[in-house]
Design a binder for this molecule. Structure first.
Ligand code: BTN
Length: 265
């Protein structure tokens, strides 16, 4: 059977989204879709514009790490222009994680769990990562770039050696080729739905859904932050998307960091 490749027309055929995917900027290869999207956002690119590529040569991950982006994965960035103060958009990475998890579940029938803040895992292996950056105009967000990288049909041997034990791809966990065009349509659908819910004030219900899909909440964790580390039981997230921990010395909340589970699976 021939394996489908990602292409601009097929991935938007029959798309029913209201905002996201209204403009598609498609590339075979770029350094980083986030960089392209950021440059477009500094101009007058429309909200909902999606920049996507079949591979990236300089993909960027959280905390300044590189994000390996070989052919077979899906790499896209969405330009958003929420009319909100910067402080109000902090739950957005989690909202995006929820969308990615649902798109993965629809296409694999596997449980795609959310590891705080925004890794998506299947059977403990990272299959997707999310990087959200924003730029302000005064108090308000001028634009937000939502970058999403998914190991769709990625061959694990094409990833750097140090990632090969911790990363998975949807093809390898299911044993089936994932149609990248169908997957993209599903992903854009969930992003569109959840972003509009978020903008309409339904953040709390989205955070509840996030918690119900999370592999972090209820486990003992260590979170490495820029100020050291915090250990405790992850008991929830607050309305800003921060992780709430019960530590030996009381409750703590962490805005960002790297979370490691201390509970053996
Ligand atoms: C992470 O897991 O650390 C986040 C990874 C985010 C990767 C995506 S791929 C599309 C977009 N372009 C980038 O350079 N990064 C994001």
């Amino acid at each position: 059977m021939t394996e489908t490749t990602l292409d601009k027309d097929s991935c938007t055929r029959g798309l029913t989204t209201r905002l996201i995917g209204s403009v598609i900027n498609f590339h075979d290869e770029v350094t980083s879709t986030n960089d392209v999207a950021r440059e477009m956002a500094k101009g007058d690119a429309r909200e909902g514009t999606v920049v996507m590529a079949r591979s990236q040569t300089g993909g960027m991950g959280r905390l300044g790490r590189p994000f390996s982006s070989p052919v077979g994965g899906l790499y896209l960035s969405v330009i958003l222009r929420p009319n909100m103060a910067l402080g109000e958009i902090s739950p957005l990475p989690l909202v995006v994680g929820l969308s990615v998890s649902k798109a993965i579940q629809c296409n694999t029938f596997k449980e795609a769990s959310l590891k705080w803040p925004n890794d998506v895992q299947i059977e403990g292996k990272k299959v997707a990562g999310i990087l959200v950056t924003s730029s302000a105009k005064g108090e308000k967000a001028d634009h937000v770039i939502v970058g999403i990288g998914i190991n769709l049909n990625t061959k694990i041997k094409d990833l750097p050696e140090d990632l090969q034990n911790i990363a998975g791809s949807l093809k390898e966990v299911t044993g089936n080729h994932i149609d990248p065009n169908e997957f993209t349509r599903d992903l854009l659908y969930f992003l569109d739905l959840h972003y509009s819910m978020f903008m309409e004030g339904q953040g709390e219900s989205l955070m509840d859904q996030w918690v119900s899909r999370s592999s972090t909440i209820g486990t003992d964790v260590e979170v490495t932050t820029s100020n050291g580390y915090v250990r405790g039981k992850a008991i929830g997230i607050d309305q800003t998307g921060a992780l709430v921990l019960q530590t030996k010395s009381g409750m703590a909340r962490v805005d960002s960091g790297d979370c490691t589970s201390l509970t053996s699976s």
